[in-house]
Design a protein around this ligand. Structure first.
Ligand SMILES: *Cc1c(COP(=O)(O)O)cnc(C)c1O
Length: 359
């Protein structure tokens, strides 16, 4: 995968009138987040997070997880992952992750950079998922002084290939982590989609499964910008405020990062949007599996569908103005739905695809 293979034709229409399937961060800002942002934009307030919105947003996150966790707001997922992993490690430690993990494939070495050299050790696993046995094998692969010492295991929920860990699978990974004294980190860029799809309580797939720290994604769920680093292991959170500041992640006008969370977390808005995105991917899957010659690459479980498409069909869809990534192996395409994807969008895309298939 070269970087250029991931650059799509530019969307020439400055009005962005069409909704695409390239990424959930192609979408705009959810109205509830926007309204909360506007509400926060009245007069002056204390800077650097010493404001009522930031306090309230952290409290609401504690209510969501039903536990007294430590919460820090940062700008993006790369920072959330890199800084929280760095906070778990000494420079001579290693992080066990899946070989398709965002921290490995899409963060430009930031986890190693902020970890001062702590190394990512890549594990395999079906459907983008780690297994307890795979983790144990990695821990025992080398135990000598010449190899970086495993310190953290990290999972992505939902995964980079749109699959889910069940609560039971996470508990088993948590137990394996505990057995070997590893910290348990979760990249939750699409955590909302996972909770909506599993229909579980957020606590069941985090701290009750042994997760020490979660990067709770906001941007892909409909925020303008921002992720929350949530430490269930509160001792581990010690001095994370300094690390975030040093890492360039302490927003001075913090209320504009935190306030939109209030709009999203109120009355389950975040889960409604995630469920909408998931439902649209389900519809996409249903429509695409009716088209002969299309192979689905991974189980459809959250807000994405991964399919193998013939190259001429990909070109024809690009020519019709659709944007989507085609970086999964040879011709593998990712169709990603977002909080505002509509049934008409999905049906229009599926119809264009059906018409673009080689006869
Ligand atoms: C989008 C995403 C992130 C965050 O990426 P940023 O561009 O740094 O915000 C992290 N992990 C996963 C799995 C993602 O899909």
């Amino acid at each position: 995968m070269s970087s250029s293979s991931r650059v799509l034709p530019a969307d020439g229409d400055v009005r962005c009138s069409r909704r695409h399937f390239a990424s959930d961060n192609y979408a705009g800002i959810a109205p509830e987040a926007w309204a909360a942002l506007e509400e926060a934009n009245r007069g002056h307030a204390s800077a650097y997070g010493n404001d009522a919105w930031t306090q309230r947003a952290a409290d609401m996150i504690r209510e969501v997880f039903e536990t007294p966790c430590e919460v820090f707001f940062v700008f993006n997922g790369t920072a959330a992952n890199s800084l929280s992993l760095a906070h778990c490690c000494q420079s001579y430690h290693s992080v066990l992750c899946h070989d398709v993990a965002h921290i490995e494939k899409d963060e430009c070495g930031a986890p190693e950079f902020f970890g001062n050299g702590s190394k990512l050790l890549l594990l395999q696993g079906e459907h983008g998922k780690l297994t307890p046995a795979g983790i144990e094998e990695a821990v025992f692969r080398r135990t000598d002084i010449h190899y970086p010492k495993p310190q953290v295991v990290t999972v992505t929920q939902a995964t980079e290939v749109g699959t889910l860990y069940t609560a039971a699978e996470l508990r088993a990974i948590g137990a394996m982590a505990k057995k070997h004294g590893l910290r348990f980190h979760m990249d939750g860029a699409r955590f909302a989609n996972a909770v909506a799809a599993l229909g579980c309580a957020p606590r069941e797939i985090t701290w009750q499964a042994g997760v020490d720290v979660l990067c709770f994604g906001g941007t892909k769920n409909g925020l303008h910008v921002g992720e929350a680093v949530v430490f269930f292991n509160r001792e581990l959170a010690r001095e994370f405020d300094y690390r975030a500041k040093q890492g360039g992640q302490l927003c001075s006008k913090m209320r504009f990062i935190s306030a939109p969370w209030l709009g999203m977390l109120k009355d389950g808005v975040w889960l409604r949007y995630a469920a909408q995105a998931n439902a649209m991917a389900r519809l996409m899957h249903e429509l695409l599996t009716q088209i002969p010659g299309i192979k689905v690459l991974f189980p459809q479980q959250v807000n994405s569908v991964f399919v193998d498409l013939p190259k001429p069909a990909i070109r024809a869809l690009y020519d019709r103005g659709w944007l989507f990534y085609n970086f999964i192996g040879e011709g593998g395409c990712r169709l990603m739905c977002s909080w505002d994807t509509s049934e008409e969008d999905v049906r229009a895309f599926a119809a264009d695809l059906a018409a673009s298939m080689p006869k």
